[in-house]
Write a protein that binds this ligand. Structure first.
Ligand code: ADP
Length: 472
């Protein structure tokens, strides 16, 4: 079974969030199950592309509106990722340093999708199924069916995976002329509320869509940034498959990015050594419980609540604890954290920015990890926390609700609080500190966490079952 994953992020080539982690791992696990899985993504001017060897395997050109675009296909030469990786490079469009936030984002992703299909046609590549990930590649299911240029692929099955339904890739209809020519009677499939909506087009035209947890699938029927009625009406082809984690890379016993490796038998010593070195580096007291937050400073993540949560915990309640924040994003959130940092310099450390190896050290070093998310399609941080024996303190929503069982329930191993509010989060943290301060109970919970299996094995099989169903 030949499956192509189409995405604009893939770890370690270009990562902004969980999308990259999924693309960097799922195809590897699928290949173990006998699927001929590969990834096609844009070329970025980044460390990975500069430092590794690529074979130049194809060239081509097409018109995007009146602009002639030349593309080049590069294949990673040394099987570094455990699956074939293809990068599409287009001077001026797909040759940038960052993944997102360019003013011509629509043109960028349109050129990626068009070049991909152009290459398949030119080289006679016939996948059985294309797994499109998020709105950036959401026009592919439509183009396979209704563009004149790519009619020969109309039978190719598509699975559209929704990693985040909040972002939909909206573009004005004036950009319609930039698409490869298509059957204009079908324009309604591209439209939602008077604009081209690639996420909506994908949900309408794909053979099936999946979300990255079952809980999130149900939530999309109620709230999906305007698309809830569409998700509901297409629900018969919707599936929820929870993300897994790559245990070759996220593994405290093998992790080369942490100071002290540990396993189930050495977790107490290992975590305390990692905590000591992180605390020494950031001038925190290692004898206190250490809480962390890792992630994008976005409203979705509840990051706007952090400053107030910290103020309550360290100021009003005077909890004996330290806090480590690693993230970047919204400037107002960053400013609020900077202010609170000045208020509690001895108990709080903040690293503004993206730092992959620091993230590993933080998962390994901290006792509890807070996720006060408003929306969380799956969430990977809580899974990494569990893998590293760190108690996740999460708001019960989406994938967080599916993957974290509160300690009050039989066999529970985390803390779940009901709403993305400061008070609920603070109460959740206080409950967790009660556990962290009881050595035997903490050690029991850590053992439970580290016995869990959130590797990709189970979910990769679920994807395969779904592909098989679609291909029958
Ligand atoms: P998202 O909605 O951002 O995709 P996920 O929980 O699915 O959230 O995945 C987040 C991923 O990004 C995790 O691998 C997490 O460790 C990583 N991450 C987020 N912010 C940072 C940061 N500032 N530095 C390093 N890693 C980060």
């Amino acid at each position: 079974m030949k499956v192509i994953h189409l995405s604009v992020e893939c770890f370690p080539v270009a990562k902004v969030g969980g999308l990259a982690d999924v693309l960097g791992a799922l195809p590897k696990y699928q290949r173990k199950l006998g699927v001929d899985a590969s990834v096609v993504m844009p070329w970025y001017n980044r460390k990975f592309t500069q430092e590794n060897k690529f074979d130049h395997i194809a060239y081509g050109a097409f018109y995007q509106g009146s602009e002639l675009l030349h593309y080049e296909i590069l294949k990673e030469a040394n099987d570094l990722l455990g699956f074939p990786l293809y990068l599409i490079r287009i001077p001026g469009k797909l040759d940038r340093e960052e993944v997102y936030c360019y003013p011509d984002e629509s043109e960028q992703w349109l050129s990626f999708q068009h070049a991909f299909l152009h290459w398949l046609k030119a080289d006679g590549i016939q996948p059985d199924l294309i797994n499109c990930h998020d709105h950036h590649v959401g026009l592919v299911p439509f183009l396979l069916k209704y563009s004149y240029e790519f009619q020969q692929f109309s039978h190719v099955k598509t699975l559209f995976t929704v990693h985040n339904g909040q972002y939909q890739g909206w573009m004005n209809w004036s950009k319609g002329i930039l698409l490869p020519s298509f059957d204009s009677w079908q324009w309604g499939l591209l439209d939602w509320d008077g604009v081209i909506n690639p996420m909506a087009a994908a949900v309408k035209c794909c053979d099936a869509f999946s979300t990255v947890s079952e809980g999130y699938l149900k939530e999309l029927f109620i709230e999906a940034n305007g698309l809830q009625s569409l998700f509901s009406s297409e629900s018969q082809k919707g599936y929820g498959i929870v993300n897994g984690i790559d245990t070759d890379y996220w593994n405290p016993q093998l992790d080369t990015l942490i100071d002290s490796n540990y396993n189930l038998n050495t977790v107490e010593k290992g975590k305390s050594q990692n905590k000591k070195s992180l605390c020494e580096q950031y001038k925190l007291d290692p004898s206190l419980p250490l809480m962390s937050f890792i992630g994008r400073f976005a409203i979705e993540k509840g990051a706007d609540l952090l400053a107030e949560i910290i103020d309550q915990l360290l100021g009003n309640i005077k909890s004996k604890m330290s806090i480590f924040i690693l993230g970047s994003g919204d400037q107002d959130i960053q400013d609020a954290l900077q202010q609170i940092l000045e208020k509690y310099p001895k108990q709080l450390a903040v690293y503004f920015g993206y730092n992959e190896s620091l993230a590993h050290q933080v998962y390994a070093a901290t006792d509890l990890l807070l996720m006060p998310s408003r929306v969380e399609p799956c969430g990977l941080n809580q899974l990494y926390a569990l893998q590293y024996g760190t108690i996740p303190v999460v708001r019960g929503i989406g994938g967080l609700k599916d993957t974290v069982i509160d300690v009050q329930e039989t066999g529970g191993y985390g803390i779940v609080f009901p709403e993305a509010h400061v008070e609920d989060a603070v109460q959740g943290v206080i409950r967790t500190l009660e556990i962290v301060n009881q050595v035997d109970l903490l050690s029991e919970i850590r053992q439970r966490e580290m016995h869990l299996d959130f590797s990709w094995n189970k979910s990769a099989q679920k994807y395969l079952d779904l592909y098989t169903k679609l291909l029958k």
